[in-house]
Write a protein that binds this ligand. Sequence first.
Ligand SMILES: Nc1ncnc2c1ncn2[C@@H]1O[C@H](COP(=O)(O)OP(=O)(O)OP(=O)(O)O)[C@@H](O)[C@H]1O
Ligand SMILES: Nc1ncnc2c1ncn2[C@@H]1O[C@H](COP(=O)(O)OP(=O)(O)OP(=O)(O)O)[C@@H](O)[C@H]1O
Ligand SMILES: [Mg+2]
Ligand SMILES: [Mg+2]
Lengths: 256, 256
Amino acid sequence: MSRTIAIVNQKGGVGKTATAVNLAATLAACEQRVLLLDCDPQGNASTGFGLRKNSPQPSLYQFLIGHNPLEQVVRQIISPWLHVVPSSPDLSGAEIELVNTSARESWLRKRLQGAGSSYDYILLDCPPSLGLLTVNAKVAADSVLVPLQCEFYAMEGMSQLLRTLELVRRGLNPALQLGGILLTMFDATAPGQVQIAREVRQHLGLKVFDTVIPRHTAVSEAPSFGKPVIWYDLQSTGSRAYMQLAQEILRKKEAN
Amino acid sequence: MSRTIAIVNQKGGVGKTATAVNLAATLAACEQRVLLLDCDPQGNASTGFGLRKNSPQPSLYQFLIGHNPLEQVVRQIISPWLHVVPSSPDLSGAEIELVNTSARESWLRKRLQGAGSSYDYILLDCPPSLGLLTVNAKVAADSVLVPLQCEFYAMEGMSQLLRTLELVRRGLNPALQLGGILLTMFDATAPGQVQIAREVRQHLGLKVFDTVIPRHTAVSEAPSFGKPVIWYDLQSTGSRAYMQLAQEILRKKEAN
Ligand SMILES: Nc1ncnc2c1ncn2[C@@H]1O[C@H](COP(=O)(O)OP(=O)(O)OP(=O)(O)O)[C@@H](O)[C@H]1O
Ligand SMILES: Nc1ncnc2c1ncn2[C@@H]1O[C@H](COP(=O)(O)OP(=O)(O)OP(=O)(O)O)[C@@H](O)[C@H]1O
Ligand SMILES: [Mg+2]
Ligand SMILES: [Mg+2]
């Protein structure tokens, strides 16, 4: 049974792309068939896998708006278990093009129908916004994974984020679940972060992953080599944390 | 002579709001009359000054779209030199409302005409996007200040950012300058960051501020007390760095 997970948080720089890229790689390392769609016009997830943004090959825009079949836009990355549909700069035009169409929120869900038979996990990396690309990802997803930095501004946006999930659930995707909140870039020596992490677990308890991703330079340096952290420095705490996250997600899937 | 500075970078989490809030406070400490507009629907700059986001009082949306006069939407904050126009959640609707209007990029510039006589500096905090709110800020500004984290993904977006400045300059705001690139959250012990900082200075030389903002917990903890870092912990390296930035900007203004 295939699971589609949208990785969302309108707050910028909280580790959405780092989580999308590294979770895709660690799930593939567990021999899960994984498809990652880069739904962010910035295209960071694409370059995180070494894909050039300005390539002439068709990408997510052609799949979403141009109706190119999925086989034409996927790229196989290092492992046979991992496919990536890269973003491109014309994706930022997609939001404006979709605004005046009918069922503008469901384009991605419609395009992904049937893809579930070829993949165990479909991951959607989203931009830092509440716009139509992010809404399309939430409508196409079974669940959302919310990376959260334990800092004041990031915490501030949580109630707004949970409200948008409720809106999507009520209208467009009643089955959408909150898959989990992932504490990222965590610095256990900063008292403010430890305090916020405690508050998050108090309020959201079971919804918070046991796995916590520490701040570690290997995670921020790996993208400059076009690789996820497990292919850049397998022994690093960043790699171990993302491997642990993949295993926690696989255990939860079994349990359901 | 009044200067309007838009603080922009479509990459998320690079310190736009931290810079907007702390530069506003340090310029006010140098007895400059400062107006800060929170142009981000997330409203982080508003809460960074202790302003509640869901207040019934009119805010930027009413000023921009509702044509309320500036005097009705400004809040004076702790010092007589500092005024803030807070954001509100309805600002996210503004982008869609503006799309089909004429001169949709120039609304903010028109609304701010005349404000220059009451302020020495007008700062515009922008969301992590290239949408209409950010374009409005770039059209209303004399110059842009670009906070930049010395990490790979943040560097990646620089060429796109510089291209958008060129587009705004060619069409809507020929006088728009690149005021400067500010290295933020800098960790001098991380070799990757030191390398990227060296590359940025090689390529962009004079456009990079001498002042570098270090990563320091006082900067990320101050917002939870609704205060800029100089009012939270004046002795911290974060406070000293932002004071230095204010002085560097004042020296440059004198030189022009
Ligand atoms: N665990 C970590 N340790 C150290 N650095 C990290 C970690 N996770 C992410 N980073 C770095 O922090 C920065 C922000 O992360 P990232 O770009 O993944 O966030 P994002 O939420 O996708 O940002 P945006 O909102 O712009 O899409 C990046 O430079 C990234 O490499
Ligand atoms: N010099 C610094 N030292 C430590 N933490 C910092 C520093 N500057 C910013 N931060 C923290 O890093 C996080 C990201 O910064 P900030 O929210 O200002 O970025 P932004 O670019 O405005 O984000 P967005 O793209 O969401 O608008 C915040 O939690 C902020 O408090
Ligand atoms: Mg991202
Ligand atoms: Mg901000």
